[in-house]
Design a protein. Structure first.
Length: 61
C-alpha cells in the first residue's frame, strides 16, 4: 500500500513540475515503486528527467 501511495506522490510532483515549468528528476527509485509504475504504464513519466516546457495538453475529443 505505501508503495502505491509513494508512486502517487511522485506523479503529483511530476504534475506540479509540469504546471510550474520546473525540472524534476528522480534517482534511486525503489524497485517496488518502479514495478508498479511499469505495470500501470507510467514509468516513462518517472524516468524522463527533462525540463518540462509547459502544461500537459489534454487530448481533444
Amino acid at each position: 500500500m505505501s508503495d502505491s501511495a509513494g508512486l502517487a506522490l511522485l506523479l503529483e510532483w511530476v504534475t506540479w513540475a509540469n504546471h510550474t515549468v520546473r525540472e524534476i528528476r528522480f534517482s534511486g527509485m525503489p524497485e517496488r515503486i518502479m514495478a508498479i509504475a511499469k505495470t500501470t504504464e507510467v514509468d516513462k513519466l518517472l524516468t524522463r528527467g527533462e525540463r518540462w516546457a509547459g502544461f500537459i495538453e489534454a487530448p481533444e475529443g
